[in-house]
Design a protein around this ligand. Structure first.
Ligand code: C5P
Length: 300
């Protein structure tokens, strides 16, 4: 095999409940992930060395050195296999860079699946999931896809049943936000208000809405504890969220650590209308309609 192409989805967190800061610098979470139909493609080609090239909008903002999560994934997989392998990775980006939609994690998951195939390792998904968890908290979900509750730092996953498709609009902002910075801001805000940080618990109303495929109810149950911090770091998000609500979104939330905002629509037509209206309202760089859930990283 000389080339393998893998398609990997973006995610939105329909619940992101952030617990206390742990000694290792992470937070215990209850994180309900939902994979949506915005995809990066990761191509792995035979090569002597491990290299990466990134194509697509804002590709220039993705590191090409060892800071690139896909490179780290390829190296970690080779190490796990106990061999020295090379690969030329080509990442075709559609997921916003540093947008709170797990774009870097998606590329790492894509690289794991693509290199596993290219190198003929035949490792089972459980092994890839373990390597994924070491690469980043969201990487296991990018492999799994669908809808799942993540606990621990987000990497311990349990699938969640959904009763139908959900239709979304993602308002992509100019520039990204660093996940670590947003968590740090969340801690500072909590410290300043003296808020007692509760142990995070899954929102049963949200699970019921997902199981029933009830978009109306899901819209009212969305939770993101990182939202106040993201909005504080990027004040313009208040206007973006308000615009979506005024335009009839069933729910409006910052996606993960932001700055992308997610809006829940009634159906596919409503999502298309909402995307056009948000684009016209001048509150984001780009508004994209998508649906979920979709599968995790898969060879195409
Ligand atoms: O795991 P990942 O490398 O994606 O996390 C990026 C950063 O986000 C961490 O360095 C940490 O600051 C923050 N984080 C956290 N608690 C989590 C997940 C991430 O504080 N559960």
């Amino acid at each position: 095999m000389s080339s393998v192409t893998v398609r990997v989805p973006a995610k939105v967190n329909v619940q992101l409940s952030v617990g206390p800061l742990r000694d290792d610098g992470y937070h215990d979470l209850v994180n309900v992930f939902h994979a949506v139909s915005i995809f990066d493609e990761v191509v792995a080609r035979e090569s002597e060395l491990v290299t990466v090239r990134v194509e697509g909008e804002h590709a220039d903002q993705v590191p090409l050195d060892d800071g690139n999560l896909a490179i780290q994934a390829a190296r970690a997989l080779a190490k796990h296999a106990g061999r020295t392998y090379g690969v030329e990775l080509i990442i075709r980006k559609a997921i916003p860079v540093a947008g709170g939609m797990a774009g870097g994690s998606a590329d790492a998951a894509g690289a794991l699946v693509a290199c596993n195939e290219l190198w003929g390792l035949g490792l089972p998904r459980e092994d890839l999931m373990e390597i994924a968890a070491d690469l980043g908290s969201d990487v296991p979900f990018s492999l799994l896809g669908g809808t799942a509750v993540g606990t621990g730092r987000g990497e311990q996953l349990t699938g969640v049943p959904t009763g139908g498709d959900f239709h979304w609009v993602f308002a992509v902002a100019d520039g990204g936000l660093s996940t670590a910075t947003v968590y740090g801001q969340c801690d500072r805000l909590r410290e300043a208000t003296g808020e007692q940080v509760a142990w995070p618990r899954v929102n049963d109303g949200l699970l019921a809405a997902l199981a029933a495929g009830d978009a109306e109810r899901l819209g009212t149950e969305l939770v993101n504890d990182l939202q106040p911090a993201a909005v504080m770091l990027r004040r313009s998000l208040t206007r973006t969220l308000e615009a979506g609500r005024e335009l009839g979104a069933l729910g409006a939330i910052v996606s993960g650590s932001g700055p992308t905002c997610a809006f829940l629509a009634r159906d596919a037509d409503h999502a298309r209308e909402l995307a056009a209206a948000l684009s016209g309202a001048g509150v984001c760089r780009l508004a994209v309609a998508a649906h979920g859930e979709v599968p995790g990283a898969e060879i195409v």
